[in-house]
Design a protein around this ligand. Sequence first.
Ligand code: SAH
Ligand code: SF4
Ligand code: F3S
Length: 471
Amino acid sequence: MSRRRFALRTFGCQMNVHDSEKVASLLLHDGWVAGDPETAELLVINTCSIREKAEHKLYSDLGLLRSWKQERPGRLVGVGGCVAQQEGDALLARFPQLDFVFGTHNLRLVPALVASAEAGLRRAETAERRELDRFDLPLRHPSLSTETPGRAFVTVMEGCDMFCSFCIVPHTRGREISRPALAIVQEVESLTADGVVEVTLLGQTVNAYGRQELRRGRAEAAGTLPFAALLRRLDAIPGLRRLRYTSPHPIFFDDDLMAAHAELRTLCPHVHLPVQSGSDAVLGRMRRRYTADDVRRLAERLRTARPDLVLTTDLIVGFPGETEREFAETLALVEDVGFVDSYSFKYSARPGTTAAEFVEAVSEAEAQSRLEALQALQRRLTLAYHRRRVGHHTEVLLEGPSRKGGQLQGRDPQHRIVHIDPDACPGAAPGRFVRVEIAEATPHSLLATPAVGGIPLRLPASRSGVAPSSR
Ligand code: SAH
Ligand code: SF4
Ligand code: F3S
């Protein structure tokens, strides 16, 4: 009998991407094989509700899936992620073509939910689970390693207690919960033993790792460390070459984290630092708990610790009541800090959040024109940074073919996309490091030629075997 095939469709942030990897791993361990939607018997949609558009995408997809199911009897559809967490049973009631629903704390139940659905029982499991065993999943299935050669995500904390007034995440991901440091260390050790060289630590407010346990005097019992101490512990793991974390909150950068950026061999010179706005009045209404000058000082401290460090950010335009002048303060902050890249969004009211009650809406046309102005500024800053890199050497971890075709692309330590010509660099392959010289800057990426003869570095390279990237 042929093995059963599943397909996954993922929306949203890296946490969701990683949750989908966990679901895939669970299904692979359960005997399923990965396929595409055309051939699959099971489709799992991992949803996002951060903005209205993301949520609506699910509803239009579910409409289309009716005919997908009719094409082949026995096909199953499951929905997980942030929309599922919020809607639960209501999704089953509204969409008869849906077979099961799982919340953000119930990934482990997916194989059981599939089994129930096969037996004709439609279930929704969306209870919030405080038990740490929600992090205990089988080891990453070997076939997943080939999808992102050399790189992996590792969850360190989940949930968010910040309740920014615009944001749905605290409602969909529940309260902050941090994993014991030992479990994180063991996971990174097992990944590096399998050839992973770059690990990105994940959490909704990743640098708040362990803070609630510390505040409640439970750090020892919970086995957590301060975030910087966790980074130090991971930095000592042989075989690990690059350590990243995302997304940090600006208020949780302490002196130890600065020191970590100055000292740790693996910690990459890039911080994605969502700031949302450059206006103190707007930041206040957003309940972000810092000022624009706090961000300026933080950027300064990070660059003092690590002069080649690159900052990128997330920004919202058209927040209720945002005036022309307040928006200009956002432009000023972006320019002052010199963000190298940003994701910018038009504010979208999310039912259930505090800001959804704010009445002074900015018009759609105004929000659109602010978005365009912000993105034009960002393009200028990104290109200027890319131009400053021309002629410098760096080290690229190759990921796969470039979209343009014929080239390979990878990331440098600053997380910039770098394209290289594989013919100029024999032996270059996804998962390998290559030393390059930046030859050309484009608005979105860098083009490079191999340095020192273009010999790809061995993987995993010994700690002393690789010269540090030029800064
Ligand atoms: N935890 C991260 C952000 C998670 S959500 C942090 O604390 O910053 C990712 C991004 O989506 C946010 O940084 C924000 O820029 C954007 N976002 C969140 N809610 C939004 C909303 N209601 N409307 C528009 N953009 C939103
Ligand atoms: Fe949302 Fe704020 Fe939490 Fe980030 S810190 S996830 S923006 S509530
Ligand atoms: Fe979306 Fe949930 Fe992430 S709302 S951005 S998938 S935490």
